[in-house]
Design a protein around this ligand. Structure first.
Ligand code: CTP
Length: 398
């Protein structure tokens, strides 16, 4: 059974954390409790230390007597951290990585699964700041237990009540369960390469990295050991995923080839430049030098084709094809055969509102064999789940 660190922050729902702790204990988990300063106004340290039989973390400073814990003890001990209830303020602190108290310090020093059960007034929940903080946490792989709706302690009615304690404990157990990809090493390339023209300019593309990020997150959620090769992606990074920056096609080529022997599944979601300036100019090109200019380009190595040709038995390879227009799907089918990958994910970049930079996508997953699965338009997270479903099946059967 697992060691759960239960971080209680200060809302009226704090008393329900006692129920949550009891259920977790009945399920066989060890529970250590952290209380924020404002949580202590609703529930007492004595209640939690009596019921948990363990020291309760409340402060980083021994100003109220000898501390019976070190400030990193809880992070070291935890298999999982549950923040319940999580106030708007607690989530803002988490989103910004603030470590002013024992809860923030524990969360920053912990890279395992984190579950957050929010509870607050509906207007605070709907505020753009809270919405953005929740999105940041989710993008980092934090599991959010959705609030329920109803009459709140302050008389307002709407979404904001703490979820049912049993549902919260189910979310903890789900996060602890070994996923179907437990131990599988997944390498995901994400973003778009930038090829230097001179010291200030580059040739790039419109890929934001959101699809690769969603795939990495989903694979990790299912237990995979995930490394992301990031080509110029400005998105929040998730604890528990390794990130390696690979800004150019040459960097991505080198990093991918070097990592293939230790990879079980390669997901090549990055938009890789097919051509790059044959020679990047030192310094900055001066426009007064001539009225027109020619840029000589050379082909970049086709990474996917190269690693597919050198694959070892059991390795699963997933490619992407961003095609434009009507014949795109047929071109993607041909591309899959040409590249020799197990699965090729086609998306039509001519459709407005999906694809590059957007939070949504619509894809056709071609393979394995003759199988074709069409998904969306829907969120990139939902597309990622469908893509991982497909390659997870291949890993199990190889
Ligand atoms: N890819 C790659 N190395 C390259 C170019 C592309 O590994 N130098 C990968 C992409 O990451 C993607 C897949 O190959 O997974 C298909 O990319 P795409 O640009 O659509 O394919 P190309 O082979 O370049 O085909 P096209 O002739 O349509 O440009």
């Amino acid at each position: 059974m697992a060691e759960v660190v239960l971080a209680v922050t200060g809302g009226i729902a704090a008393y329900k954390a006692i129920d949550v702790m009891r259920i977790l204990q009945r399920r066989g988990h060890g529970v250590s409790v952290l209380l924020s300063r404002s949580a202590e106004r609703f529930v007492t340290r004595g209640t939690f230390s009596a019921l948990s039989g363990r020291p309760v973390g409340t402060t980083l400073f021994p100003d109220d007597g000898q501390l019976d814990y070190d400030h990193l003890d809880f992070a070291r001990r935890a298999d999982i951290v549950l923040v319940c209830p999580a106030t708007a303020h607690a989530m803002a602190e988490m989103a910004h990585g603030l470590a002013g108290g024992v809860i923030g310090t524990t969360l920053l020093a912990f890279d395992g699964p984190v579950v957050v059960a929010p509870a607050m007034n509906p207007r605070m929940l709907a505020h753009p700041a809270t919405v953005a903080n929740l999105a940041t946490l989710e993008a980092r792989g934090v599991r959010i237990v959705p609030v329920s709706e109803g009459l709140l302690a302050d008389g307002d009615v709407g979404p904001g009540r703490l979820a049912d304690p049993v549902d919260i404990c189910d979310a903890v157990d789900a996060a602890l369960a070994p996923g179907e990809l437990a131990g599988v090493r997944v390498l995901v390339s994400a973003g778009g390469t930038q090829e230097p023209v001179d010291a200030v300019r580059f040739l790039g593309n419109r890929s934001s990295g959101k699809m690769g990020w969603a795939l990495a997150s989903e694979a990790r959620r299912r237990g995979a050991v995930v490394t992301v090769l990031a080509s110029n992606v400005a998105l929040p990074r998730e604890a528990g995923i390794a990130y390696v920056d690979a800004p150019t096609a040459a960097d991505l080529h080198r990093e991918t080839v070097a990592r293939m022997p230790g990879t079980d599944v390669l997901v090549m979601a990055a938009a890789v430049a097919d051509y790059r300036p044959a020679a990047a100019v030192q310094g900055k090109i001066d426009k007064s030098a001539s009225d027109a200019m020619r840029l000589e380009l050379e082909k970049t190595p086709d990474i996917l084709t190269e690693v597919t040709a050198a694959r070892r038995p059991g390795q699963v390879l997933v490619g992407f094809a961003a095609e434009h227009g009507e014949d795109g799907l047929q071109r993607a089918r041909e591309k899959r055969a040409r590249k020799g990958v197990d699965v090729l994910v086609h998306n039509d970049v001519s459709v407005p509102g999906i694809g590059f930079g957007s939070d949504d996508n619509a894809v056709t997953i071609i393979g394995p064999g003759d199988a074709e699965t069409t998904v969306g338009p829907t969120s990139k997270a939902a597309c990622a789940a469908a893509i991982v479903d497909v390659f997870a099946g291949l890993v199990t059967h190889t």
